[in-house]
Design a protein around this ligand. Structure first.
Ligand code: SIN
Length: 276
């Protein structure tokens, strides 16, 4: 798809585009905003190199796409910017954010539409992020399997992910949970995407526990199919912007004990729905 003033180089046929010709630190004019938005919808995840963003500039870019989301569990580590989620790993880390395939905070009743990650510091090698198209995952299923999954809903929970995770006193705190369609219709593209993930989804509501476990395990393996993926090799000052409504991602923690550091801004989304 041609764009008037930006260049978008596709990484794979299904997912990922690298954008050139946009300085995210500057306010985007309407025409550029529309092209960046179209590139996100067309590619599921878009990447920018050599950006220089203050927290306020990163937030301003995010706000062009919607209201910003505040993480329900993570500590607010950047003074005056509670919307910034710090992504950090070093020799003391026991976990890193997003080290399993997931869609961000899908346990929210209205999960985030998108996330914008800006990486400031990288290990000498490693620390890539993998992205998988949930359109491709849905479209690769057989017709009987699509028909089986389409009327189903699944529970997504934050409790097992967030409780005790950040070393904060979370006694008495409750974490989000929600029920979402197993196949969701993207509100902009109208395409169908698989919407269960190994991070947050705990149960397909209409199935017996053993049936739900078996179907979810099958789907979690299915979404990892290499043909549905792209893999982004970060450079310092790269930005990735992914659409959580149709993409899952996996942060590759293959660089322990090296450091990796960045800021994520997350954009609020709508309640997922399925439209036949
Ligand atoms: C995340 O937002 O899930 C982390 C992604 C990454 O660190 O590459």
């Amino acid at each position: 798809m041609p764009y008037a003033s930006i260049q978008v180089d596709k990484l794979t046929p299904h997912i990922g585009g690298v954008i050139q010709g946009v300085d995210l630190a500057q306010p985007l004019d309407e025409a550029t905003f529309k092209q960046v938005h179209d590139a996100l919808i067309d590619n599921g995840v878009i990447f920018f190199r050599d950006q220089r963003l203050t927290p306020a500039q990163q937030k301003a870019f995010g706000r062009r796409f919607g209201e910003l989301h505040i993480h329900p569990a993570a500590p607010k580590e950047v003074p005056e910017h509670p919307e910034i989620l710090v992504i950090h790993a070093d020799e003391n880390s026991k976990h890193v954010a997003g080290e399993n395939w997931h869609s961000d905070v899908s346990c929210d009743p209205e999960p985030p539409m998108g996330s914008i990650l800006y990486i400031h510091e990288l290990p000498p090698v490693g620390g890539d992020t993998l992205f998988a198209s949930m359109y491709a995952a849905y479209e690769a299923l057989s017709e009987p399997m699509k028909r089986f999954l389409e009327p189903l809903t699944a529970r997504h929970e934050g409790e097992h992910v967030y409780r005790g995770r950040y070393g904060l006193d979370d006694k008495g705190k409750t974490f989000p949970k929600a029920e979402h369609p197993v196949v969701r219709t993207h509100p902009v593209s109208g395409r169908k995407a698989l919407y269960v993930n190994g991070g947050f989804t705990t149960r397909i509501v209409q199935l017996a526990r053993s049936e739900s476990d078996a179907v979810l395990q099958f789907l979690y393996r299915h979404v990892e199919t290499p043909e549905f993926q792209c893999r982004f090799r970060w450079q310092v000052n790269s930005v990735a912007f992914w659409d959580n409504r149709c993409v899952q991602h996996h942060a590759m923690w293959d660089y322990y004990p090296q450091r990796r550091h960045g800021h994520r801004v997350t954009i609020k989304g709508d309640r997922p729905f399925y439209r036949p």
